[in-house]
Design a protein around this ligand. Structure first.
Ligand SMILES: Nc1ncnc2c1ncn2[C@@H]1O[C@H](COP(=O)(O)OP(=O)(O)O)[C@@H](O)[C@H]1O
Ligand SMILES: Cc1ncc(COP(=O)(O)OP(=O)(O)O)c(N)n1
Length: 269
């Protein structure tokens, strides 16, 4: 029997913790056949990003077309798109209805503070890609940039999720993995499902090893959508998966900075 197939359109993280590498590990852990279109190479490790080499938008589209023309892709996840030209080109494909169950993680800055997106691409996200997404999954900082307003508390996080929905996505998740948005002890993400907001809650894991959390959450959402789950169930399953992967990563020491997650449960007692 064939496995479900998902496509990630994202950047390569040479350190293996985020980007394409995190996405493909997540897909494999969740029994989904992963395919990929690489938007940029990054020279990166757990300490930071040393360099970025973006692919031409035309070659990103060539990779996507090669996959779509041959394989039964059931869901698509975007991560680091790097340039405005790539965001626009991917948006054009999405507008043609070629990117099913589209999960858009608008990666802008790494946890080490390095820019992963041209500022000129922010508008292309707002007006080009978001209207074609089944769900968008920015973190608190990306949400503030996209909406041009600050998020100080949980009420703001709910209002922001609604405001992201107004940009046209089917649903929006404002992730709360950065301390400003969290009550102590709980990692709270706020979802706008097109009708109302609700919260995804999980125990906070006290660890520096959080490199690739956002990529893994979005990839897990795409994986569960590829399995045929509805969006609400897929988001809950993805939250559960990423929490376990973070808890596993808290048990190991890979690299001197923000270490990766344990995607396969290798550290599970
Ligand atoms: N230390 C942590 N403990 C538990 N959950 C976390 C932790 N850090 C992040 N998360 C969760 O991981 C997911 C990704 O969120 P976030 O880290 O905000 O994304 P990004 O990597 O894009 O900044 C969210 O579900 C968030 O709540
Ligand atoms: C190539 C690449 N893509 C994305 C990121 C950012 O990853 P993300 O999962 O948003 O996690 P943090 O590491 O920022 O928590 C990246 N660093 N590199």
């Amino acid at each position: 029997m064939n496995p479900p197939v998902a496509l990630t359109i994202a950047g390569s993280d040479s350190g293996g913790g985020a980007g394409i590498q995190a996405d493909l590990k997540t897909f494999a852990a969740l029994r989904v056949f992963g395919t990929s279109a690489i938007t940029a190479l990054t020279a990166q490790n757990t300490l930071g990003v040393r360099g970025v080499h973006a692919a031409p938008a035309s070659f990103v589209i060539a990779q996507i077309a090669a996959v779509l023309d041959d394989l039964p892709v059931a869901s698509v996840k975007t991560g680091m798109l790097a340039t405005a030209a790539t965001v626009e080109a991917v948006s054009a494909l999405a507008a043609q209805g070629r990117l099913p169950n589209l999960v858009v993680d608008p990666v802008m800055v790494s946890s080490s503070g390095d820019r992963l997106l041209e500022p000129a691409a922010e508008n292309a996200y707002r007006h080009g890609l978001f209207p074609h997404a089944a769900v968008v999954t920015p973190n608190l900082r990306e949400t503030e940039v996209l909406l041009g307003s600050s998020i100080r508390d949980r009420d703001d996080q709910h209002a922001a999720a609604r405001a992201l929905g107004d940009l046209g996505a089917g649903a929006a998740v404002v992730k709360g993995g950065h301390p400003a948005g969290n009550e102590p002890g709980t990692a709270v993400d706020v979802v706008w499902d097109g009708k109302e907001t609700y919260e995804l809650r999980a125990p906070w894991v006290d660890t520096p090893n959080t490199h690739g959390t956002g990529c893994s959450f979005a990839a897990a959402t795409a994986a569960y959508l590829a399995h045929g789950e509805d969006l609400r169930t897929a988001l809950a399953s993805a939250k559960d998966y990423v929490t376990k992967a973070i808890a596993g990563g808290a048990r190991w020491h890979l690299g001197a900075g923000h270490g990766p997650l344990d995607h396969f449960g290798w550290t599970r007692p």
